[in-house]
Write a protein that binds this ligand. Structure first.
Ligand SMILES: [Cu+2]
Length: 113
């Protein structure tokens, strides 16, 4: 009786997980000279998230080699990117599109735990 019940719980659990991946958590990120808002986000390892990037002024970059992110954020346009980090750690995305004098300080932290 108990194993059958467990089986039922597991089979109900599975579609739930698939559904979560189809409707991932959406995180809005705004770029503006010379920073990102929010400037730190925390993700769970293996979690699918959708980042929605917009710019409030000029074109910025959003680059992070370890997570294979290489996007351009163009004013008036929303750049969407789906991410599923498989490695825990603290990562720093940079703006790799020259946007002004403090361009080199334009960074955002992604924590994967
Ligand atoms: Cu920039």
């Amino acid at each position: 009786m108990i194993p059958a019940l467990l089986l039922l719980v597991f089979s109900l659990g599975a579609p739930h997980k698939a559904q979560a991946d189809e409707n991932p958590r959406v995180i809005e990120i705004t770029a503006k000279r010379f920073g990102f808002t929010p400037n730190q986000i925390t993700l769970k390892k293996g979690e699918t998230v959708k980042l929605r990037l917009t710019s409030e002024d000029v074109t910025h970059g959003f680059f992070l080699r370890p997570l294979k992110i290489d996007e351009e954020i163009v004013p008036g346009k929303t750049t969407e990117l789906t991410l599923r980090p498989e490695t825990a750690g603290t990562f720093t995305t940079i703006c790799d599109h020259f946007c002004g004098v403090n361009h080199g300080n334009m960074k955002m932290t992604i924590v994967v735990e």
